[in-house]
Write a protein that binds this ligand. Structure first.
Ligand code: SF4
Ligand code: SF4
Length: 274
């Protein structure tokens, strides 16, 4: 069953360009050793491996050092967007603006995620009646992200989130209708370590679900909703997610796939799967 239609490069803006970024994720965010980062670190403090040119000095060793958090993290393009917004300024050269840059980065990350989901709505054939609304939301957020750091900081995220969640829910209902008889998870959200191997899960609602280390091997996941699901170490080997909806690059990076895993056309296969 075909749910997505890709006819533009609308996802290009979300590809991370670390060479055009001032190492924002490695500095602005809190992270912990437990989650696969080098050490416990407070927000606003640069990782000890970030070099003077904002490059990761152990980039080639991230796999061998099992830095799963670093490998899976994806800022949805927020890093380069914020770095370019500040032009020649950056948090290191101008410490008084550092906190503002980090705050703008965190907010931009959420805005980029919203843009990502709205862009996916524009590819969902069953949600065609919602395309004009999604398109207008995208245009509004693009204008915001090209304006000023202060405008981004002042932007009311809660109002935007409420509107966007309602739209995503409508899109999901339209997809479910197309998929047919969605599997009922009875509102259950905790599937940590659950073994679904070879199950037929078409149209399952995994939104906000805990799928950490769950086994989805050889499952047909057409029309499954993965909005906000935690997919760290989820086994998706030989699974078909090509028509799953609301998956992000970060989720795919965090999961365990293989050569035969099928993913939606707007996502990039992690190289280690091959
Ligand atoms: S914030 Fe994004 S672009 Fe910047 S270094 Fe991190 S992943 Fe790369
Ligand atoms: S190890 Fe490298 S990628 Fe990970 S947080 Fe530190 S500088 Fe960033």
């Amino acid at each position: 069953m075909k749910l997505h239609q890709y006819n533009t490069n609308i996802f290009d803006e979300f590809r991370i360009k670390c060479n055009k970024c001032s190492g924002l994720c490695c500095t602005a965010l809190y992270f912990s050793k437990y989650d696969g980062f080098p050490a416990d670190k407070a927000a606003g403090i640069p990782c000890s491996y970030l070099d003077d040119c904002f490059r990761c000095s152990i980039h080639r060793e991230l796999h061998s050092r099992h830095m799963k958090g670093c490998l899976a993290y994806d800022c949805c393009g927020a890093g380069q967007t914020v770095t370019s917004l500040y032009g020649d300024e950056n948090w290191k050269a101008n410490p008084p603006i550092a906190q503002e840059v980090f705050d703008v980065f965190v907010k931009t990350y959420y805005l980029q995620q919203i843009l990502w989901y709205m862009s996916e709505v524009l590819t969902l054939l069953p949600a065609k009646p919602l395309w004009p609304e999604a398109d207008s939301c995208i245009k509004e957020l693009h204008l915001l992200l090209k304006s000023t750091p202060q405008n981004i900081l002042d932007f009311d995220m809660e109002v935007c989130r409420t509107k966007v969640n309602a739209l995503l829910n409508k899109a999901w209902i339209m997809v479910k209708q197309q998929v047919g008889h969605p599997k009922d998870t009875a509102g259950k959200k905790d599937f940590m370590g659950h073994n679904f191997k070879k199950s037929r899960l078409n149209g399952c609602d995994f939104s906000s679900a805990l799928l950490i280390a769950a086994n989805l091997e050889e499952c047909d996941l057409t029309g499954c909703n993965f909005l906000g699901a935690d997919m760290r170490d989820t086994n998706i080997q030989n699974a078909d997610l090509s028509e799953s909806i609301f998956l992000t690059q970060g989720q795919i990076n965090a999961a365990k796939g293989n050569l035969n895993t099928r993913i939606p056309g707007h996502l990039i296969r992690p190289s280690e799967w091959d």
